[in-house]
Every structure is written in structure tokens, then in C-alpha cells.
Design a protein around this ligand. Sequence first.
Ligand code: HEM
Length: 234
Amino acid sequence: MMNSNFAVGSNLKSNNGIRVRPKVNWLRIGIHVLGLYPLAELVFLYFSDQLTVNPIQFVEQFLGRAALNLLLVTLSITPFITVTGWKQPGKHRRALGLYSFLYFALHFVTFAGIDYGLDFKEIIRLTAEKPFIFVGAFAGLILLILSITSFKFWMKRLGKNWKRLHKFVYLVGGLVILHYAWAIKGSLTTMSGDIIRPLLMGSLLSLLMFLRIPLIRKRIIALRMKKRNGPENL
Ligand code: HEM
């Protein structure tokens, strides 16, 4: 006999024989749509011949920005939970972080494999000459370690140290903003080049870090509870 819990068509049969529709996890779908959107956009731009006259540079920059955007979305989950009290997005933090890593990996492959044809001598020379690449590589290395250790196996193995290790994600954020601002060849003093975008990203990162300060977090939670319960119930 087949297990009575086995899926029948799109429905599941519960133990008492009643058919139960499996719940659609819209949040999970939304997270994957968000994570795969840049890739879909890039494929669309490729097939519609919109990768500009310098496609390798365009793709490299596009993937770098996608990695940074998704990193910031990942970092905004905890402050979002603090402000709204809705805990479900917390379950998808790892997926978002891994998407960020995926785009970084593709950014690196475009740089080292396609742009420089895996000429590591040239890559090392360039890294020594352009410190923004060194900063990116440092951020990328930490991101790699965080991605590998983001799974349950490592969570159990590292115990309390896991949380400590994963706080380094903020350092990655800071390093990547620096990498970005440095890479675009703009100037902070004259506000030239496209310096506004990294500045905005940097401000967002600072705000997210500010919202994580334990005292600020406690205040926000207390304010939210007060609003929910009404001042008379406190
Ligand atoms: C080994 C590590 C890395 C290398 C070798 C690298 C290399 C580069 C290079 C060469 C550029 C300049 C592209 C150009 O303007 O022609 C760049 C820009 C950029 N990278 Fe990286 N990168 C690394 C790590 C990262 C990481 C970890 C992130 C984000 C998570 C990132 C995000 C960006 C961003 C946002 C830009 C600016 C894109 C723009 O100009 O719009 N990079 N990177």
C-alpha cells in the first residue's frame, strides 16, 4: 500500500482521509524571484542586444551591483523584523545571502575568467596596482567563508562562534561599499563620477547597522508593543 500522506495530484491526503491543499509559500517564491531577477534581466539584455559597446565591463559591473544589492537586502532582514515584528522573512536570510554570493562568484568569474583569461600573473599585478581590487577580494573571501558556513552542519559545529563569525557580514558590507566607491573612479571631494550611488548605499548600510544597536533595537520593539497593545495596557 502507498503511504496515505503521499501527494495525490496537487492535493495531499491527511491521515483521516481529508484532502488538504498544500500551502503555497508566497514569501519563499518572492525571495527566489528577487534572487533570480538580476540573472533574468541580464539574459534579457543579452538577447535584446543591450549589453552596450563594452559588454564584458557592463556584465562585470552589473553582477557586482546585483551582489551588493542582495547583500543589503539580506542585511535589512533583521531591522525589518525589529520594526514590523513579522518573523517569517528571517527564514529566508540564508537564501538571500547565497544569492548575493552567487552574483559575486559570477562577478569574479567575469573579471578573472572572461576579462583577464585566467592570467593570474596579470591579475596579481593588477591587484597590487589597484587597491580597490584587493578590498573586493578580501570582501569576497569573507563572503565565501560565510556562505560555506551558512548551513546547519556548520551552525551546530561552530556553536556560539557561528553567530560571532556571521557578524562579519557587516564588514563585508563596508568593504564592498569601499570597493564600489573606489572602482567607479569618482571623487568624494569634487562629487564627480557616479559617486552618489555608493554614497546612498553606504548611508543605507549605516542605517541598518544603527538599527541593530541593542539599545535602539529594544526601544523600537518597546514602541511597537506599545502601539500594538495600546498605552493603557502597559
Ligand atoms: C575577488 C573579488 C573581486 C574582484 C576581483 C572584483 C573586481 C571588480 C572590478 C575589476 C570592478 C570594476 C569593474 C569596472 O568598472 O570595469 C569591480 C566593481 C564592482 N564590484 Fe567587484 N570585485 C570583487 C569583489 C566584489 C564583491 C564581493 C562585491 C559585492 C558583494 C563586488 C561588487 C562590485 C561593485 C558594486 C562594483 C561597481 C560596479 C559599478 O561600477 O557599477 N565586488 N569589481
